[in-house]
Ligand binder design. Structure first.
Ligand code: 5GP
Ligand code: ZN
Length: 135
C-alpha cells in the first residue's frame, strides 16, 4: 500500500514520534491531538478497518491498548482515558488504515468526545434484537 500514509509511518518510511513499537504495531503521537498525549496504535500490515482486521491482531491490539493506557496514564498523570476506533466515513474515519485512538483525559480538558443520547423505544429495541446475529 504505497499510497497509504499509515503504512509508511507504521513501517518507519516516514519518521514519527513513536511511543512504542513491536513486530506487529507502532504507537505514534497524533498530529492533531484531542488532548495532550493523544496517540494512535497502527498495525504494520495494512487493514482498512476492523472488518478486515484478523482476529489475532485484534486481540493483540486491545492488549496493547491496555498496556499503553497504563503507561500513558501514569506518565502523563491523566485523570481518565478514552479508546476510540472509527470505521467508515459515516463513523468519522478519515485515514483508511485501521487504527485505535488512545486519548488521555484530564479534568476539564474540554475535549468533545461523545454523543447526544437518544431514546431506545420498545419498537427499535425489538427490531435490533431480531436483526443482529452474532456468528
Ligand atoms: P480517524 O479520523 O481516521 O479515526 O483518525 C485519523 C487521525 O490521524 C486523526 O486524529 C489525525 O489527526 C491523524 N493523522 C492524520 N494524518 C496523520 C499523520 O500524517 N501523522 C500523524 N501522526 N497523525 C495523522
Ligand atoms: Zn495502510
Amino acid at each position: 500500500m504505497d499510497d497509504c500514509i499509515f503504512c509508511r509511518i507504521a513501517n518507519g518510511e516516514i519518521p514519527s514520534a513513536t511511543l512504542f513499537e513491536d513486530d506487529d504495531f507502532r504507537v505514534i503521537l497524533d498530529l492533531g491531538p484531542a488532548t495532550k498525549g493523544h496517540a494512535l496504535i497502527l498495525p504494520k500490515q495494512h487493514y482498512a478497518n476492523i472488518y478486515e482486521l484478523p482476529e489475532e491482531l485484534a486481540s493483540k491490539a486491545i492488549l496493547l491498548a491496555k498496556k499503553m493506557a497504563e503507561a500513558m496514564s501514569e506518565g502523563l498523570e491523566a485523570d481518565g482515558f478514552n479508546i476510540v476506533q472509527n470505521n467508515g466515513e459515516a463513523a468519522g474515519q478519515t485515514v483508511f488504515h485501521f487504527h485505535m485512538h488512545l486519548i488521555p483525559r484530564y479534568e476539564k480538558d474540554g475535549a468533545g468526545i461523545g454523543w447526544k443520547p437518544g431514546k431506545l423505544t420498545d419498537e427499535i429495541k425489538e427490531e435490533i434484537l431480531n436483526k443482529v446475529k452474532v456468528k
